[in-house]
Design a protein around this ligand. Sequence first.
Ligand SMILES: [Zn+2]
Length: 470
Amino acid sequence: MRKYTTVIGLEIHAELLTETKIFCACKNTFGDAENSSCCPVCIGLPGALPVINHRAVELTVAAGLSFGCEISRYTVWDRKNYFYPDLAKAYQISQLYAPLCIGGGVTVGGRFIRLNRIHLEEDAGKLIHSRGGVKIDYNRAGVPLIEIVTEPDLRSAEEATEFVERVRRTLVYAGVSDGKMEQGSLRVDANVSVMPEGTDVYGTRTEIKNINSFRFIKSAIEFEAARQSELIESGGRVVQETRRYDEASGETFSMRSKEDAHDYRYFPDPDILPLIITDADVEKIASGLDESPEKRLNRYAGYGISAIDCETVLANKIIADFFDAVVAGGIEPTEAVNAVKGELMRCFNAAENKDGLPVSAEDFIKGLKLVAEQKISRNGFKESVNHMFFERKSLDAVLEEYKLVIKEDRGLIDGAVAAVIAENPKALRQYKDGDQKVFGYFVGQCARLLKGAAQMSTIQAVLKEALDKA
Ligand SMILES: [Zn+2]
């Protein structure tokens, strides 16, 4: 069998983080009671008129700037006509002829993957299939959605997966989308074709619709590329069509023949005025953008943090923002990364709610400074972060409640030191014979007995004095 190269182009749909929907004042939320966030506009009642939500336009421009796109200064809206029960007015307001963002790209593993465009449109409602029949929830109808369309530059399922992760991360950092694939905020359509290795003529492509997890992107593309190359090898021909990925079987199935733009009878929407975007508008949006993950990566590398640690911190913006706050609070970056990676992320990974952190950076910094001053032990710090995180208490409250501050009770320390020396005559002899290494053993035994009730430096000093006298 000949070898084949896989050619992939993606369409990534990302819901925007606006307060309200794109053409009405309904709330843009996830998980509310079915059809509780709807109005005549978003369910398409006759005579209801749409009004553009400018925040959605700003976020689309922010996405475009993050990917180095050219921002259109004049944009219009088109009606894409088709009938489906989740689309009550039988057309979707989208942008075919004048998308908001043009060009741009994302570098993945050293290769530049070109974007064709990013346009803004409205999401459709959601069909809920159950045994009793099909229900329709229109809460999602009219949620602002951007579609990021790539050129067919991706060459493997892994590369496509990595690309989507990069795009997701950039959108989250720019505050454009929450990027939650499990809630459908980010959905991927993959256009896949194959061509014999060494040739450069693209084969016929199929489109796999609505892939909703990173794992499925990889397996769906791999299955489809293998299916096409086997088909060609056995003398068959790939048909241009839309396919569905079945998660249970790991296979793709034909849904319908692929439609072209003219099938949708696009025409300019007469209800919405064209939009003019000025240089000042673009500059304002650019100046409000948070530092991109790529820029943060460079900054972190300058701190002397390992590449793996940089990726660990950057993988979640909540963690990265917290890390930045800890460094800004005067903690050495290498110390901060260890503490964030260790104490904080242990709790974060175990937490159910990952929408925020219940520990303030101020308390975290204060705790680390107390460790440096030997007022609490490292273990005491770890314990206090755990209590702060899961009991939602302040550092002061936790230190008080769990008695984590080192007391430095001299009588207690003297007693522990005497007891440890008395219990270890053999080690004492070794020490007296000049074996310095055994000192560490004594320190460890005393620390265990004192359980954080004394500073390390005090234990060492008292112990040294006692050993020399013994
Ligand atoms: Zn509405």
